[in-house]
Design a binder for this molecule. Structure first.
Ligand SMILES: [Zn+2]
Length: 207
């Protein structure tokens, strides 16, 4: 065997090992890991449009979560932090998206007003695969846009597809009414879209 072949063989072996290791690792960045760990499952800092750099961050398109990401213990801590933040009695919401707490990932929590007990539920990599042509205009606010509300026309019925937390297989849910509005608002956040972009008009409560 020639020396060059041994070197090529070694390079290929390293590449295969690297691919194997990478494929089994979660993709949480050190910054994300620190943000999630530091919140200790309690209220997280909210990114708002009042801050210039936060505002730019909220305009980013978020990255998908992998199966490895949600199998990493960090995922449960992120959910706990997001839930604590959206249910903060001093600043309650009906939904929250990960970028609102500085995590640029495709994860949302939606309060299911259409279910008994109105629980908050999390959705991994949610996407809208159907939006009804019929729309209804309603009032919206956002935890990232303090002291404002606006009127937005949203589809009255949607089908959302997302990845199951355990199997990662795609699952679908048909939703209508106010809960469908929450899904549309939160999934917009994952694309860097805010309700004020879609609003017929916005009212600044501070004025
Ligand atoms: Zn929002």
């Amino acid at each position: 065997m020639k020396k060059s072949n041994i070197i090529i063989g070694a390079i290929v072996a390293i590449a295969v090992v690297t691919a194997f290791i990478t494929g089994n690792k979660s993709s949480w960045s050190d910054t994300e890991r620190a943000l999630i760990t530091n919140c200790n499952d309690s209220i997280m800092h909210l990114w708002t449009i009042d801050n210039a750099s936060d505002s730019l961050f909220l305009r980013n398109v978020c990255a998908p979560l992998t199966l490895r990401d949600i199998q990493d213990g960090l995922y449960e801590h992120l959910k706990a932090g997001m839930l604590a933040t959206v249910t903060d009695p001093r600043n309650e919401g009906v939904g929250i998206a990960a970028p609102q707490v500085g995590i640029g990932r495709r994860l949302i929590a939606v309060q299911r007003y259409d279910k008994a007990g109105e629980p908050f539920e999390f959705y991994v990599n949610p996407r809208l695969i159907y939006l009804s042509d019929t729309t209804q205009t309603g009032t919206e606010g956002c935890l990232s846009i303090p002291d404002m509300h606006g009127e937005v026309a949203r589809s009255t019925s949607i089908i959302v597809e997302y990845n199951d937390e355990t199997t990662f297989l795609p699952r679908r849910d048909t939703v209508s009414g106010f809960t469908a509005v929450i899904f549309q608002h939160e999934i917009d956040h994952l694309e860097g879209i805010l309700y004020i972009d879609r609003a017929i008009y916005v009212i600044n409560e501070a004025n």
